[in-house]
Design a protein around this ligand. Structure first.
Ligand code: CA
Length: 494
């Protein structure tokens, strides 16, 4: 079987002339060539800021760039027809497609309602700071531009547990809605701020069965309309986990298959919360390993003071590797974004070697590392011009993952700066097997075992950083090399 590789095919500032759906369709054959098996596409439905939106301020899940709503027919990425054409093009290359799904909230309501609320303490959302009073809030969603197509469901105050804007008062706060579904916020995995159910906009209330049924129906609809193969679930730490399980079970039963699901449960310190989430959801979703990303970030900042023997400490890769989707960065961690923690450029090839060439985890490539990214934005009132450079080693490493990163893994995480591992290869993949050595300090060398079946064979540096080959000795060992602050990937000459 071929190793799986996902790509996040967008970043926060993707804004090129070519619409994204057309770009990915044209790129499908290339993605297959470099070993990509699944493409995660950005939110495809209409958001409250229409054609400008990255997509996370979701307005209408049933408008995939088809109706004139929020100032445009198309989304930022193109039309519904172009989205479906792109998915078909990826399927023709045997590549799966993951749709990005935001279930936590809705934004851009069509009509005001007079609703009973209580304010809560932002630092402790279990604490009410007022008696019940009424405000005007944008909680009614009628989708006039869609006019009942695909679904006649109208969202109203009964569908939400909280809002952050009182139109009549012109005031921002966290307003807990007193509706018939329940008192206060729902139980969610994150206990940050007492209860982190409320994240932003109109928070969806999964205690309302009509809402649950509508979202199950939407899941069926989107699979039938687009033929997507799986989902990336946004912000699950703010969502009732029992709903997530129910929704996944429903779709799997309905279509008699196991959809690939990866959840964003962002956390950079608390391994226990990740473990708890896996327990509650019975391991039904893969999870992005944000803890590993954070270790990469620290290693890239601390340079040779970071002890590389600890790079896997407290990561999902360590506690539950079967569920880990590993990544170096994403659209939230990139420069100027909400969770900014961009791994420094010098360390990125090492981070990618770790996620691509080892046995554990399903890696997810980040768009700018393959295609670059140039953008301007402000942060804390200051202007920035950002240039994210293409990582020249990445395509080569991704191909090596696809063809050669198989078989037994021998680890040499035995030095603070210089670590490595070997893969013994297997019979199914011709010429497979490799050795990786990386150093965050001085030039490195290490004697590593790769297997007696390679005795007498010559290995070369596939990243082209060394000209001389290395010959494996009779016992299956060799001394492998890498330059200072560099990674080398040694593969058999063919
Ligand atoms: Ca929520």
């Amino acid at each position: 079987m071929q190793n799986q590789t996902i790509i996040q095919y967008f970043h926060w500032y993707y804004n090129e002339e070519q619409n994204l759906w057309n770009k990915v369709a044209a790129d499908a054959a290339h993605l297959k060539e470099i070993g990509v098996t699944a493409v995660w596409l950005p939110p495809a439905y209409k958001a409250s800021t229409g054609g400008y939106s990255v997509g996370y301020d979701v307005y209408d899940l049933f408008d995939l760039g088809e109706f004139d709503q929020k100032g445009s027919v198309n989304t930022r990425y193109g039309s519904k027809a172009e989205y479906i054409t792109a998915i078909d093009a990826l399927h023709e290359q045997g590549i799966s497609v993951l749709a990005d799904v935001v279930f936590n909230h809705k934004a851009g309501g069509d009509e005001l309602e007079r609703i009973p609320v209580r304010t809560v303490n932002e630092e402790n959302r279990n604490e009410f700071t007022s008696d019940v009073f009424e405000i005007d809030a944008w909680t009614r969603f009628t989708f006039p531009g869609r006019d009942g197509a695909y679904s006649g469901f109208i969202w109203d105050q009964q569908c939400f547990s909280g809002v952050d804007w009182a139109e009549d008062l012109k005031e921002t706060a966290i307003y807990s809605i007193q509706n018939s579904a329940g008192e206060g916020f729902e139980d969610v995995p994150s206990t940050e701020f007492g209860n982190y159910d409320y994240l932003m906009f109109n928070d969806i209330d999964f205690r309302n069965q009509a809402v649950v049924d509508e979202l199950k129906y939407w899941g069926e609809w989107v699979v039938e309309q687009t033929k997507v193969d799986g989902f990336r679930l946004d912000a699950v730490k703010h969502i009732n986990p029992h709903f997530i399980v129910e929704w996944i079970d429903h779709l799997n039963q309905k279509f008699n298959r196991n959809f690939f699901i990866v959840a964003e449960n962002w956390d950079v310190v608390n391994t226990a919360e990740q473990e708890e989430y896996i327990q509650i959801t019975a391991g039904k979703t893969q999870i992005f390993d944000s803890l590993l990303h954070h270790n990469f970030f620290l290693a890239s900042k601390e340079e040779n003071n970071f002890d590389m023997r600890t790079i896997f400490d407290n990561t999902l890769l360590q506690i539950n590797p079967e569920l880990a989707v590993t990544f170096v960065d994403n659209h939230d961690s990139q420069p100027l974004q909400a969770l900014e923690s961009y791994v420094e450029f010098w360390f990125r090839p090492m981070a990618y070697a770790i996620i691509l060439l080892r046995m554990q985890g399903i890696p997810c490539l980040f768009f700018p590392d393959l295609y670059g990214g140039i953008y301007d934005d402000q942060k804390e009132g200051e202007d920035f011009h950002i240039q994210l450079a293409i990582l020249p080693e990445l395509e080569t490493m991704s191909k090596i993952r696809t063809h050669l990163a198989y078989g037994e893994q021998r680890d040499y995480f035995d030095h603070g700066n210089c670590v490595g591992w070997t893969r013994a290869g297997d019979e199914e993949h011709p010429d497979s097997g490799l050795a990786v050595l990386l150093s965050t300090g001085e030039e490195g060398w290490k004697t590593m075992e790769i297997g007696k079946h390679f005795a007498g064979k010559t290995f070369i540096d596939a990243l082209g950083k060394h000209e001389e080959g290395i010959v494996i000795d009779e016992e299956g060992f060799a001394e492998f090399h890498c330059h200072a602050k560099s990674v080398s990937v040694w593969v058999q000459t063919t």
